[in-house]
Design a protein around this ligand. Sequence first.
Ligand code: ADP
Ligand code: MG
Ligand code: MG
Length: 876
Amino acid sequence: MTKYVYLFKEGQASMKNLLGGKGANLAEMSSLGLPVPQGFTVTTEACNKYYHDGKVITQDVVDQIFEALAATEKEFGKKFGDSQNPFLVSVRSGARASMPGMMDTILNLGLTDQAVEGLAKLTDNPRFAYDSYRRFIQMFADVVMEIDKANFEHLLEAMKEAKGVHLDTDLDANDLKELVRQFKVKYEELKGEPFPQDPKVQLIDAITAVFRSWDNPRANTYRMLNHIPYEWGTAVNVQGMVFGNMGQDSGTGVAFSRNPATGEDVLYGEYLFNAQGEDVVAGIRTPKPISELKLDNEALYNEFHDISKKLEKHYRDMQDMEFTIEKGKLYMLQTRNGKRTAQAAVKLAIDLVNEGLLTKEEAILKVEPAQLDSLLHPTFDPKALKAAKPVTQGLAASPGAAYGRVVFTAERASELVKQDKLPVVLVRQETSPEDIEGMVVSAGILTARGGMTSHAAVVARGMGTCCVAGAGEVKVNEAGKFFTVNGHKFNEGDYISIDGSTGYVYGEKIATVEATVSGDFATLMQWADEIRVLKVRTNADTPRDAHQAREFGAEGIGLCRTEHMFFEASRIKAIREMIVAKNLVERQAALAKLLPMQREDFVKLYKEMEGYAVTVRYLDPPLHEFVPHTDEEIQELAKEMKLSFEDLKRTIEDLHETNPMLGHRGVRLSVTYPEIAEMQTRAVIEAAIQVTKEGLTVVPEIMIPLVGEVREFNFVKKIVVQTADKLIKESGLDIKYLVGTMIEIPRAAILADEIAKEAEFFSFGTNDLTQMTFGFSRDDAGKFLPDYYKTKIYESDPFAHIDQKGVGKLMKMGVDLGNQTRPNIKTGICGEHGGDPQSVEFCHAIGLDYVSCSPFRVPIARLAAAHAQIKNPRKK
Ligand code: ADP
Ligand code: MG
Ligand code: MG
């Protein structure tokens, strides 16, 4: 027979999967000899069984529950449902990972009309007995029966008003007795049946409600965001009650063993006298800081402080604890490793190593790589933020905080910043490539339209500029130079502030603080670098990005998207000319304009990278992103090219593609127009020659995009090699370069052995590889992926985290096949996944040499790579 119920005495911390976090830790504290009210845990397996059996708790499990209850009653010397000496319990949910959104705790379960009388007599404290009963009725109604607790709170408020008192602690026994009566009437009115008077029914109903809450929408959303599998299930803890509401010598509180915001080593928390459960956090009465407990009752404070240090040592981590004091005696009700800010996480990791509690490896695993993000961008000064109130919320599209004067066009942004160097926030309906220059100079970007993968969001993330996108309540009036939102109006020049980590927009100036990698943070990164084997490069298209990435520790450029080098007004015309060129002569003319721009950029990139590898991806412009759209733009370009408007418009219409993402782009362009590859090779090699002459060593890595067939790769490679070798020979210098390819088309992964005969390196372009493997586009997936999450077909966004099962299989195949024909072929990843911690761990596991990610994710990837090596060591 399967054991579905464990007494706290029978469990321990290592049984977390079965007992849930709360249950396992209650068992562990109990075995450490700490004062824990006894009880038992109904396992996560029982939860899964409940769903498997059609949402019922079967009799065998019910039997085990009452057997454990009988054993617990004995410990307390009380009896469940007894009219003289009733045993009361709490029912508490507890999944493996702490999960907000799950069912709230029910306290004082077991009280009935009879039992409450007994409790009043026994304790000689009717006030306490009725206080407990009214709390129980409300919690049971709210949590188990889903009756809105406002129904009861209104009655409580009315009672306080009638009595002319402010706090519920000022109500006396008779008031509370009357409230209980009213609560029961209300319950029956809303439920159509009386409040249950059989404690056994109360208990099974409550346990069922916990299981049910595992599948409620709040819990499902939280699970999805945090990658918690549905199969885990939740456990339920049933625990004997101790009472913090027995008078002034009783109370309840919560505390961290250290400050969770800063990591400082001081007890940090709050408590309330004569209170129960959630009173501390409910905000009705103002709790006292835990430091005052020392004045109120020094012995108790010392006991609690000792326990907190004992638990820290035992768990070797900062603890988040809940406790209750019943008539001067301390009880521990919960402990767990405390959640902490990134700043505290870093400090704790370093401190715990220095205190000898953790090894460096263990300490590194305590810091979540994704958490570092908040240390890498400016944030609002907490003091300044306190007084501020958001005017609206959009999508948290690119993290960081900024304030600045509102501007509505890229030109105006550049003008204003040039004038007085004061920050601006660019506010647009949505952005397009022409806005780039304005985006670069802006402190932040706010758009009214567009999602997480809109132009504004993608470009802002790449630049590390904060961005709030798709703030639908913002009504932009570009012509009138103002925008309105929820009744507020902002003119050009007015200050606003935006937080790209939360999506909030504020109608005022809020001071920010800058990010640097220094102090404990720098120490942690240094430890990570000593451990990891996976190299971390950056995706950088501009010298500015490259510089930032070096500051954050990037070891080279894994992807320079050359078409992005033309994302600015003064340059975009040249690439447009190339695209609309009707013949070789026109194209050569356009390419001649592009060549010096590229060469100049490459020189700067090589220099920023100080000899580290620079991977240059040849042009891959999806046509729809580059072709001019408006008549105005066409007119302008026609003038530049000395063509008629109609002529150019017709050319553009001819270029129209039904599906540009699968169109004439990438390597296909160079197959049709070899002169493009020739020009780019010139730029790459001439720049290399120039910096070599200045004494730097560079090995450019030339990367051909969108290859699916070795012969198409070879066609371009031949042009590259001919052009490069000739230039190098003429220079008389010894310059090495590599020619490799992106693996971003499934066919390339499948035929990687053939491609590796010619390609000297592979870089997995997992954005396109994901689109083409799934057969849906990143830009459209937002419309239907939510339904896939709801129906649990997919559990996470394949564009954010590598789909290890499908796309990952292709990657592994690509690596293995590549190695067959070219042993130790250099491999990397340059899709956005390169900065996603769980994807980084996957890349480590399949043996890639490096990951490449946007500059602001470089430290995250460095830490994730260290995590990967610690969990799954690979030969150095
Ligand atoms: P959450 O997971 O939301 O923190 P808990 O199950 O920890 O919920 O319960 C919340 C609070 O209820 C506890 O911090 C404690 O104050 C109170 N509580 C729970 N069980 C008991 C108990 N057996 N005796 C006294 N108070 C309890
Ligand atoms: Mg708790
Ligand atoms: Mg691509």
